[in-house]
Design a protein around this ligand. Structure first.
Ligand code: IVH
Length: 281
């Protein structure tokens, strides 16, 4: 059991992405229009290629591999400094302790999301019910909570999963570096890192809208929770040209789905004496 998590200063800050406020197709159209304007593209210039991904609903993690060996895993924290959760992350079977295939870069930081599949969450809660223990509220909080427990025994009964979606610090990429985000994810997959198959390269606003509605239609059938999709300019040279605005890249956006609503029956309200001595529902 650890006394506390050691702070980890990220070599490359872990930034967040802007969320498009319009959850309808207007959000996708607005992002494409902004990218084109910021790249100074003429109206008749060819459509921009975008890498479209799922927005996984879990906990952002930075995995640091040195010469192909996992040496550290850290949470995002405030983006500059996170927490060293290596001990817990090492128990996630899907995360390779050693990369496979062609030699990887001397330093390779992989960024992605730790999450819990819905079936693993249901199984965990079934076991909790069987032993009369308390059930967990949702997969996201369960996954994030387990990773941030000082006692890694909290991880033992929880099967967590991981999807890689980007890079942090990289030193010494072997051979020619990929020129697209898609090429980066393909390389990570070849080294044995889990990368979602639900990713597509599309062109222009129409491609973003089509990806968004195709995923929204399948949202409930996915084996894990998502809270939207993410669009990224695929060409890394264009990403560099677009750069960052304060703490957010101009080349990516999160396009969230409206919150899921369900009918429920209120069965009763219990009144009790609260912490302050007052009666609280
Ligand atoms: S890219 C600089 N891609 O959403 C861009 N983030 O603010 C870095 N997330 O908490 C993020 N799925 O952990 C990216 N396919 C995806 C993602 C994703 C989930 C999370 C991320 C962060 C938030 C973005």
């Amino acid at each position: 059991v650890l006394e506390g998590f050691a702070p980890v200063r990220h070599a490359v800050p872990m930034l967040s992405i802007r969320t498009e406020t319009d959850t309808g197709e207007g959000g996708a159209i607005a992002f494409d229009a902004r990218v084109r304007r910021e790249l100074d593209l003429a109206g008749d210039a060819p459509p921009v290629a975008y890498a479209c991904e799922l927005k996984f609903d879990g906990l952002a993690i930075n995995l640091r591999y040195e010469h192909g060996v996992l040496v550290q895993a850290a949470t995002r924290g405030d983006g500059e400094t996170g927490e060293d959760v290596t001990q817990n992350i090492r128990t996630i079977g899907q995360i390779p302790l050693r990369l496979r295939g062609d030699p990887p870069p001397a330093v390779l930081e992989v960024r992605g999301e730790v999450y819990m599949r819905r079936d693993d969450f249901e199984r965990l809660n079934e076991r909790q019910r069987d032993k009369g223990g308390k059930t967990f509220v949702n997969p996201r909080n369960t996954a994030a909570g387990a990773v941030r427990q000082l006692d890694s025994r909290a991880m033992a009964d929880k099967k967590l999963s991981f999807f890689a979606y980007g890079l942090g610090e990289v030193q010494g990429w072997p051979g020619a570096e990929p020129t697209t985000h898609t090429g980066v994810l393909d390389a990570l997959a070849a080294w044995g890192l889990p990368v979602s198959a639900d990713r597509r390269v599309v062109t222009g606003a129409a491609g973003l809208v089509a990806f968004n509605s195709a995923i929204e239609a399948r949202r409930d059938a996915l084996p894990f929770d998502i809270d939207g999709v993410v669009y990224k300019v695929d060409d890394l040279a264009l990403q560099r040209q677009l750069g960052f605005k304060t703490r957010e890249p101009r080349w990516a956006v999160a396009h969230k789905y409206p919150a899921q609503e369900q009918m429920t029956r209120l069965k009763g309200i219990e009144i009790q004496v609260g912490r302050t001595g007052k009666l609280t529902p």
